[in-house]
Design a protein around this ligand. Structure first.
Ligand SMILES: Cc1ncc(COP(=O)(O)O)c(C=O)c1O
Length: 356
């Protein structure tokens, strides 16, 4: 933190160099194609994905894929806020993926790479054709740096600093393919855009955004933390090391679930199991036989017991998801910490079960 340019303008040369460094290091670690642009934009991942939807959608029909809370928000904004006249929403329940074969690739497609609130990810990009006509717009905030993103299959990818690299939350990141840039430059979207969503001026990409000239003021403290995370990622071996750390975390939980009498994965298909937001449900028949109210009460009680014991924090399922537990298994998490947690989960379940 001694190097942070706090107290300096984010437009000072020294600060702009740091912002550009975030962009360049991210591109290099992630292997983003050289013809893609990467920018730092306001309002974290939500800002980045909303900016993409508001700036790009409307030229053609849109297919939105929904299988948990965040994807559902984007689809609901496509309908209620953007009021897209030609929108199809393909929806699946928590634990499942919608039928990806239903997508019409002449249309634009909005989806989440990893559904953070259900622990279900798309297994790969094989379902996305290289010769698609529409754009793929992907919220990948809990996937980037922990899952293999086939960049040529995604035209817009967004993420935040605080997710897999565990930095301080602030601005978001947005990567754009040449086709996404061409769409942006093809004419104004059919709606007014606030300044913090504007990526073009007079139908020309604002190049500066992709070189560290942010649209508005950014926290240089957060920038320093983002750089620290990126340098750490480089120091441990880059993307392959990040991926393998996160996958080892899922593997530790998989080994425990295989022997567990009460815990299972919310993700129905092992190929779609998230290695970052690892979502668990209780599968013990004695628990399933309880009323919905009691099931929720007992999981809440486990969560609070674990917190009181100092064994796990914020481990309850997301507020819109079915009752369960959620373990963050991103690349910054040590597998030994996950392994140390697992006996505590058995302890907490044993405690609540004794009250059935
Ligand atoms: C898939 C997904 N999308 C969007 C968000 C919102 O991100 P932010 O708070 O960075 O705007 C989250 C946060 O957890 C997320 O997991």
């Amino acid at each position: 933190m001694k190097d942070a340019t706090v107290g300096r303008s984010h437009r000072a040369k020294i600060a702009k160099t740091k912002l550009a460094d975030v962009i360049e290091r991210s591109k290099k670690i992630l292997g983003i194609p050289s013809d893609y642009v990467l920018g730092i934009v306001p309002a974290s991942d939500t800002g980045a994905i909303e900016m993409a939807m508001w700036s790009l959608l409307g030229e053609r029909g849109v297919d939105a894929l929904v299988w948990e809370s965040f994807g559902s928000s984007w689809a609901s904004d496509c309908k209620g806020q953007l009021k897209l006249p030609d929108l199809r929403v393909f929806k699946a329940d928590y634990g499942q993926l919608p039928d990806l074969g239903q997508v019409d690739w002449n249309r634009d497609v909005v989806f989440t790479w990893n559904g953070t609130t259900s622990g279900v990810k798309v297994p790969n990009g094989d379902w996305i054709p290289a010769d698609r006509q529409g754009l793929t717009i992907c919220d990948a905030t809990s996937a980037v740096f922990a899952m293999d993103i086939p960049w040529v299959k995604v035209d817009v990818v967004t993420w935040s600093w605080q997710k897999v690299l565990g930095g301080e939350a602030a601005h978001g990141m947005i990567a754009l393919s040449p086709r996404a840039v061409a769409r942006l430059q093809s004419g104004a979207p059919p709606r007014p855009l606030p300044k913090i969503f504007q990526l073009t001026k007079g139908n020309k990409l604002i190049e500066g955004i992709f070189q560290g000239e942010t649209i508005n003021t950014v926290s240089m403290l957060c920038v320093e933390d983002a750089l620290d995370g990126l340098k750490w990622a480089e120091s441990i071996g880059g993307l392959p090391a990040l991926l393998s750390r996160s996958c080892a975390n899922l593997a530790a939980i998989e080994a425990w679930v295989a022997k567990s009498t009460w815990a299972g994965f919310l993700a129905a298909d092992p190929a779609t199991r998230s290695n970052t937001s690892i979502c668990l449900k209780v599968v013990d028949p004695a628990y399933i036989a309880l009323s919905a109210e009691d099931r929720e009460k007992h999981v809440k009680s486990m969560v609070s017991m674990l917190e009181k014991a100092g064994a796990a924090y914020d481990i309850g399922a997301y507020r819109d998801a079915p009752p369960g537990l959620r373990v963050w298994g991103g690349a910054t998490v040590e597998t030994t910490d996950i392994q140390a947690l697992l006996p505590w989960l058995d302890w907490a379940y044993g405690e609540v079960k004794s009250q059935f």
